[in-house]
Design a protein around this ligand. Structure first.
Ligand SMILES: NC(=O)c1ccc[n+]([C@@H]2O[C@H](COP(=O)([O-])OP(=O)(O)OC[C@H]3O[C@@H](n4cnc5c(N)ncnc54)[C@H](O)[C@@H]3O)[C@@H](O)[C@H]2O)c1
Ligand SMILES: O=C[C@H](O)CS(=O)(=O)O
Length: 485
């Protein structure tokens, strides 16, 4: 295990690393070994307020920098992240649990947002509108919204931060950031990198600490103009309600409940391989992972056999092992939730065809076997609630329309996946699925150059792509009267 110093100063405000004003700290646990990795500062509304003050003071100068100057800093951060990839991946795996190979992939992904928005910073164009009145000239200019509050989850502790920081900084905003308490060390390392590449003081501020009091401060602070949140739909709702008084702009990346539909004209080996990868990446703790699989009846037995064989070959282990395919869940509550969904399904008639219990391995952590369920029905919690664990229910269907109806029967709308070799079917079904992200014969849609985001109760707004920077911008419309002579 990577040996860590005590990160006693993990609050970064106005260019200074600080302890919490009250001296409070929070232990960070290795979810595989249950060892305490280190202690980090545990701040509250006092630090939250100080961070906003620093961000407000820094905004005028930062927003006045040229796009090129901001772009160069982001590019330097991209290069520095890749330079430290192994160290960052090891820290990420130690505090979050995912296998090292996945942690390395996440650092690549996280760095790619710095690269993409280093480029997009120089393409934040305005426009001149052809006026219908010869005495007027009309234009639209994009301007940075101001101080941005970013609140991020533990499941992708690097990329969920850079997916917000990069466009915010590119647009000329300043940021106050609260990472998840489970994974503060990755956030610390990312801010350290920005400090090393010369981000001016006050432009990025990090507050590790109490979510509720920090959130309350930022929801009620008049200088915070945008709250960009990634996390559960439940907390997203709280932030929406708490931001209403100040009519704050919100960017919300929330929960999901992704269906996979496997049609009888699919490449079944590909479908089985991708279903495995989607479901068990990060031990099922992924917003866009498969939460349910609908398989056309004619290929049910063949597909189930292929998938079960692949699941059987998965290697459960501590994430630091290069051969690990599945690490632990993040904490005991996560294991309890998987068990609640599993027990509910079995009580209502489901059958476990693989897995079904905590992993009996050599580590005391939050491990659970990859588990497959059949004979499932809509009445089961696992078919309606985000499990966020290695539990996969599979259900047969007969007709295309039946599969589409079932796939859409959810309040979520983040990602959905189709496996078919018919372009006609792919297009027909894609158009009818009510989701922000559709994968066709692909379950890895998240790339920096494309707009990622959900519909319905999976969120508001987009992250990534050319669209992602506009979450951090206000479009100012200018109507100019012109004397004709
Ligand atoms: N749509 C996406 O892009 C996306 C990406 C990753 C995770 N997620 C979702 O996130 C969830 C898992 O992450 P999680 O367990 O960290 O989610 P969570 O909602 O419990 O916590 C997310 C963040 O919000 C903070 N938080 C919690 N309560 C708060 C409050 N009252 N006020 C202010 N902040 C508060 C947490 O400390 C953390 O930093 C899943 O639902 C997953 O689908 C969505
Ligand atoms: O958990 C949600 C993340 O957005 C997953 S991904 O990094 O986008 O694949």
């Amino acid at each position: 295990m990577t040996k860590f110093p005590n990160y006693t100063k993990t609050i970064f405000i106005d260019g200074q690393w600080l302890e919490a004003h009250n001296g409070n700290t929070l232990p960070v646990q290795n979810p595989a070994t249950l060892e305490t990795i280190t202690e980090v500062s545990y701040g509250d509304e006092v630090e939250a307020e100080q961070a906003v003050r620093a961000a407000s003071q820094a905004f005028r100068k930062w927003s006045a920098k040229t796009a090129r100057e901001r772009s160069q800093l982001l590019y330097a951060a991209y290069e520095k992240m890749l330079e430290h990839k192994e160290e960052l991946a090891s820290i990420l795996t130690t505090e979050q649990g995912k296998p090292l190979k996945e942690a390395r992939a996440e650092i690549d992904s996280a760095a790619s947002y710095f690269l993409w928005y280093a480029e997009e910073a120089n393409r934040l164009y305005g426009e001149i509108i052809p006026s219908s009145n010869k005495h007027k000239r009309l234009m639209v200019i994009p301007q940075p919204i101001g101080v941005v509050a970013a609140i991020t989850p533990w499941n992708f502790p690097a990329s969920m931060i850079t997916r917000k920081l990069a466009p915010a900084l590119a647009a000329g905003c300043t940021v106050v950031l609260k990472p998840a308490p489970e994974t503060p060390l990755t956030a610390y390392q990312i801010v350290k990198i920005l400090e090393e590449v010369g981000i001016p003081k006050g432009v990025v501020n990090l507050v590790t600490g109490d979510a509720v009091s920090i959130g309350q401060c930022w929801m009620n602070h008049p200088d915070v103009r945008l709250i960009t949140f990634t996390g559960s739909t439940e907390v997203g709702r709280l932030l929406m309600k708490g931001s209403a008084d100040h009519v704050k702009k919100l960017s919300l990346e929330l929960g999901g409940h992704a269906p996979i539909i496997v049609f009888d004209d699919a490449d079944l080996d590909l479908a089985a391989e991708m279903t495995l990868a989607s479901k068990f990446r990060n031990c099922g703790q992924t917003c866009i992972c498969a939460n349910r699989v609908y398989v056309q009846k004619t290929i049910w037995d063949d597909f189930l056999e292929k998938l079960t064989e692949k699941v059987r070959r998965l290697s459960i282990d501590i994430g630091a092992k290069e051969t690990a395919d599945i690490g632990p869940l993040i904490n005991e509550e996560a294991v309890q939730k998987v068990q609640r969904h599993l027990e509910d399904a079995v009580q209502k008639g489901a059958s476990v065809i693989y897995g079904g219990k905590r992993w009996d391995g050599p580590y005391p952590g939050y491990f659970f076997e990859p588990t497959l369920l059949v004979n499932v029905t809509k009445e089961m919690r696992v078919m309606n609630e985000e499990t966020f664990g290695p539990l996969l229910p599979l259900q047969p269907f007969e007709e295309e329309e039946e599969a589409i109806r079932q796939a859409n029967d959810t309040p979520y709308g983040l990602a959905a996946y189709i496996f078919t070799d018919s372009i006609h079917r792919a297009y027909r079904v894609m158009e009818k699925l009510e989701y922000g992200i559709i994968g066709i014969n692909d379950v890895f849609p998240a790339v920096a150059e494309a707009p990622f985001g959900g519909v319905k109760q999976s969120g508001l707004g987009k992250e990534g792509g050319k669209e992602g920077i506009f979450e951090f911008v206000e479009l100012k419309y200018v109507s100019m009267g012109i004397r004709s002579s």
